[in-house]
Design a protein. Sequence first.
Length: 74
Amino acid sequence: MELEIASEPHDVQPYADLALLHLMSGDRAGAFSTLDRMIAATPSPDTVRFAADSLEKWGEHGAASKMRATRVQR
């Protein structure tokens, strides 16, 4: 996935896929860091919503709420 991210740094899906792999392996910090990288690479309200919605879908409800509350969504 890192190769996909490197070749298409503004495509959010590879970041989300990698974040999910981190979560599945028990690496919550890695997952959140990957989502932060995604938002930094493609800073937009849609990206923040996508990240928060992904966290919600993955059962990370608190992290999703925090992301929605702390990230600027214009």
